[in-house]
Design a protein around this ligand. Structure first.
Ligand code: ADP
Length: 630
């Protein structure tokens, strides 16, 4: 039993295929995790890296508290079940299950007990004497599971184990595997391309596409809150219907207009509080998504705003329900984005060519930015977008006025304030009412009312009070006026180009009471002509990701937080341009070559200084393949 931690995991095959990109996940002990996505998305590669069957190009993989990147598969305490069972044809079921235990030199009695117990759990006791060829696919897969169970692994990996079975058996085995997971109390990681399988089995699901993780969430959240159009389309059958359209805000409502059709619906503006105001301009294109189960044939008097006319093209009877396929009226046959699927319980005498009134459940609407395909309604919005005024060094918004720190120099303007939700700090001078507090994956999203106006903020703690004192972290704000950014946040990280080098050094070693100087080799990073020693662990990560030759030939990017670099006697030469005083802390704005670098500093330096990043806190990426190594 163990948790599994994947940090910045990459896989680049020797032919250059980047199969897995920056995979990050903390899998808890006893979870049932499913990796799902279309063929070629990188799910098997990820699983094989966990099993140790595939080298990890970069990143850190832990099982329990142990880093296992370089641990042999047999020593990882992991068992794997494959699609093709991989049973020995000349051995009977008993021998197949016992085989691995014999290799591990367990006593005869121990082996017998384990085989009998596993056979009992899997209901294959009566087949123990049979050869694999005498058994059905489902029974063979049970034997393969049995072979994995007797190893009592910390983690069980299953790679499309049910793909070779027919539909009925697959459903039955799904339930059995879920039961087995409960019984064993082991961490399961399961790969499938079948979203139904993923939804029915996983406690959490990882949706992947083209080597990138798209979303990690519970089945319910993936279904109700898909983060992007791909996840929305991949999860759920029949597939979500997507329409192109626009959103236009009025005072307290938003009109959703469908392109390729004369249809439009109206929803209350409160549904779109989290959306970026710019997307509600009536011009920016969005995808409007509805699941078939959230669309029904309108009966009698419906809410006027949510009814559209549909021309029926055909219908599919599924017994308990009917799927009606059609096009929004005014849509042309060729317009893909006017197709709609309606799930109904049947009983309606509807034929192709009929024009019907269809009610859309507006609470279940999904909206995606057409350009980025990301949800327009993220569960936690990034920014509050507010009208503002800068006057005499004061920032006015929501009818309140805040003194800006001296670090911010800005002429008087009327503009838009982009106030990140994490730039609202607690304990400031402003009083706000807490309207709602919702929790998503451990983060609390608060909807505050400041001077009667809405403001989103986040907090790691649940806020129970009805009023809170808040302030603004001015380092994070942006103000845009006449399409120009007039106030910029300070970047959180500095970045330097660097190379990986070795240099000769001399180490003093004490031996028998005498000090001896011994020649040694030291590895490090050369940034702006300055050498910074790398820890053995960092050097090892570079070598294992790139090999000895490429390690020295490659170009890297060193990143360090503005809080993890300091002024020192030697280091990267920099010139201080200005001192930014934000009240609670000060930053030096420096020039290094052509770049600007920020450094948190309590002292006010001027002129030429030297900077040293904290080497225990830096990040290193290989530039060419854009891989985070440290
Ligand atoms: P999935 O399991 O999601 O179908 P895989 O993990 O098998 O996908 O593959 C991910 C990508 O890596 C695909 O583009 C595939 O072609 C590529 N790939 C897999 N194995 C190799 C290999 N040994 N050499 C080169 N490319 C590979």
């Amino acid at each position: 039993m163990a948790n599994v931690s994947l940090k910045h995991i990459y896989k680049v095959y020797p032919n250059g295929t980047k199969a897995v990109n920056d995979f990050n996940m903390e899998i808890e002990d006893k979870e049932f995790i499913v990796f799902v996505g279309p063929s070629g998305c990188g799910k098997s590669t990820t699983l094989r890296m966990i099993a140790g069957l595939e080298d990890i190009s970069a990143g850190e993989l832990k099982v329990g508290d142990t880093v296992v990147n370089d641990v042999e598969p047999k020593d990882r305490d992991i068992a794997m079940v494959f699609q093709n069972y991989a049973l020995y044809p000349h051995m009977n079921v008993y021998e197949n299950i016992a085989f691995g235990l014999r290799l591990r030199k367990l006593s005869k009695d121990e082996i017998h007990n384990k085989v009998v117990e596993a056979a009992d759990i899997l209901g294959i006791t009566e087949y123990l004497g049979k050869k694999p060829k005498e058994m059905s696919g489902g029974q063979r897969q049970r034997v393969a599971l049995g072979r994995a169970i007797v190893r009592e692994p910390k983690v069980m990996l299953l790679d499309e184990p049910l793909s070779n079975l027919d539909a009925k058996l697959r459903t039955q085995m799904r339930a059995e595997i879920a039961k087995l997971h409960k019984k064993l109390g082991t961490t399961f990681i399961y790969v499938t391309h079948d979203q139904v399988e993923a939804m029915t089995m996983g406690t959490r699901i990882v949706v992947m596409k083209d080597g990138f993780v798209q979303q990690i969430d519970t089945p319910k959240n993936l279904y109700s809150y898909p983060a992007n159009k791909f996840v929305a389309g991949f999860i759920g059958t029949p597939q979500m219907s997507f329409f192109e359209g626009t959103l236009k805000k009025h005072d307290e409502s938003v009109t959703i207009k469908f392109d390729f059709s004369d249809s439009e619906i109206t929803v209350p503006y409160s549904m779109l509080y989290k959306a970026k105001p710019a997307i509600l301009d009536g011009k920016t294109k969005v995808y409007i998504g509805f699941r078939a189960e959230d669309v029904s044939i309108a009966e009698g008097e419906q809410e006027k705003g949510a009814v559209v006319n549909v021309v029926v093209s055909h219908r599919e009877e599924l017994g308990s329900e009917t799927l009606i396929y059609g096009d929004l009226c005014g849509g042309s046959e060729s317009a893909v984005n006017s197709k709609i699927i309606i799930k109904d319980s049947g009983g309606y005498d509807i034929k192709s060519g009929d024009i019907i009134k269809v009610a859309l459940d507006i609470d279940k609407i999904h909206l995606f930015d057409k350009e980025t395909e990301q949800s327009v309604l993220p569960r936690i919005p990034e920014y509050n977008y507010l009208d503002c005024q800068v006057k005499n060094g004061k920032l006015k918004f929501h009818g309140i006025e805040c003194e800006m720190p001296s670090a911010i120099k800005c002429a008087d303007v009327d503009g838009e304030l982009l106030l990140p939700v994490n730039a609202i700090v607690f304990g400031g001078k402003l009083k706000a009412d807490v309207k709602t507090c919702e929790q998503f994956n451990g983060i609390n999203l608060l909807m505050l009312s400041l001077n009667g106006k809405r403001l989103f903020a986040v907090s790691s703690e649940k806020i129970e009070e009805s009023t809170v004192n808040v302030g603004i972290d001015f380092k994070k704000i942006t103000v845009v006026a006449d399409s120009k950014t007039v106030i910029e946040p300070i970047p959180e990280t500095n970045s330097f180009d660097c190379s990986f080098v070795k240099r000769k050094s001399v180490r003093s070693i004490e031996e028998n009471g005498k000090t001896q100087n011994k020649k040694a080799v030291e590895f490090g990073f050369m940034a702006e002509g300055v050498f910074f020693g790398a820890s053995d662990e960092s050097a090892q990560k570079i070598f294992s990701a790139l090999g000895v030759k490429n390690a020295f030939a490659s170009q890297y990017r060193m990143e360090c937080s503005i809080y993890d670099i300091e002024v020192s006697d030697s280091g990267i030469p920099a010139e201080v341009n200005s001192i930014l005083d934000y009240g609670e802390c000060k930053f030096l704005k420096c020039t290094v070559g052509k770049n600007t670098v920020y450094v948190k500093s309590d002292k006010e330096y001027g002129g030429k200084i030297f900077l040293s990043p904290n080497m225990d806190k830096i990040g290193i990426s290989e530039k060419e393949r854009d891989i985070k190594l440290i």
